[in-house]
Design a binder for this molecule. Sequence first.
Ligand code: NDP
Length: 329
Amino acid sequence: ALEIHLAARPIGRPQPENFAFVEVPVPEPGQILVRNHVMSVDPYMRGRMGDAKSYIAPFALGAPLEGGAVGEVVQSTVDTLRPGDFVLHNLGWREYAVLSADETVKVDPDLAPLGAYLGVLGMTGLTAYAGLLDIAEFREGDTVFVSAAAGAVGAVVGQIARLRGAKRVIGSAGSDEKVRYLIDQLGFDAAFNYKDAPVVEQLAAAAPEGIDVYFDNVGGDHLEAAIEVMNTHGRVAVCGMISLYNATEPVPAPRNLMQLVGKRITLRGMLVRDHANLRDDFVREVGGWIREGKLQYTETVVKGLRNAPEAFMTMLDGGNTGKMLVTLG
Ligand code: NDP
């Protein structure tokens, strides 16, 4: 069976040689043996590939990478899970995973496609929901700006804001095609390509009355621009700063933090793992919007475990629209 190991810690953008393909015997089942069907590649994995001190331990060198996956139970010694059941768990990047029952959550393949449990109805969807509604304390009538808006988290943030009664929803993304997708498919009021001109100029033009909420996925000049254009008592959910993840030097922006004082801006970090209490509300509300056709979601699917490193690197480069997933034949 194939596993993908961390061969070397990347410096800057990850490269193919940071990954190793390793053939191992199909593992002996512990409580449960799972054959993975779909796995997630996520920005936070870039952090775990380094060895900096963080909220989550680094990946070990020479060991399989880890991450969200959904697979089919092929052997089980527990009563609650039978062969043919599907489970969500954290041992992706390999064909077969050995798990204990408490490391898995059973999922229903008839209720939603398997990949949705990793994206819109899973970790990234909950991040959007908790970040916007709880951390940024979104209120009806707010003008909301979200960066990486055509990605897994961002696309859901913008649509929740629209469906919950935002005055105006603005997104930024890295291509004209994504900008069109945000406006034409997802119903954003305005969107811009951050590669076209300084973010602050484009944001100010898109938000003539300022913004009340910024959902930060990018950091750097995006955060600086949001502070610049933010209204009094504005709130920022600091969800991620992907523009920094491959950086080898400290980044200069934001340089305008003094504006937090006069505008009484709140900047608040978040980790999705703190928000499990919102899961039921989230699934009910977002699941309902999906069923009613009010909330769209897109997945970029790469086939084959051997292409997972490429999928991960492509996602960091912006090659995905919506959630980036890898299916395992
Ligand atoms: P996405 O699906 O949004 O994929 C990442 C996207 O980031 C790319 O598609 C690319 O889109 C964009 N990007 C890459 N480099 C840059 C750059 N230098 N400047 C601007 N945009 C860039 O990933 P996710 O939705 O999974 O994650 C989005 C953010 O949310 C990340 O920062 C991630 O770390 C964070 N996150 C945080 C969680 C938490 O608990 N705090 C949980 C989950 C995610 P483009 O083409 O637009 O450049």
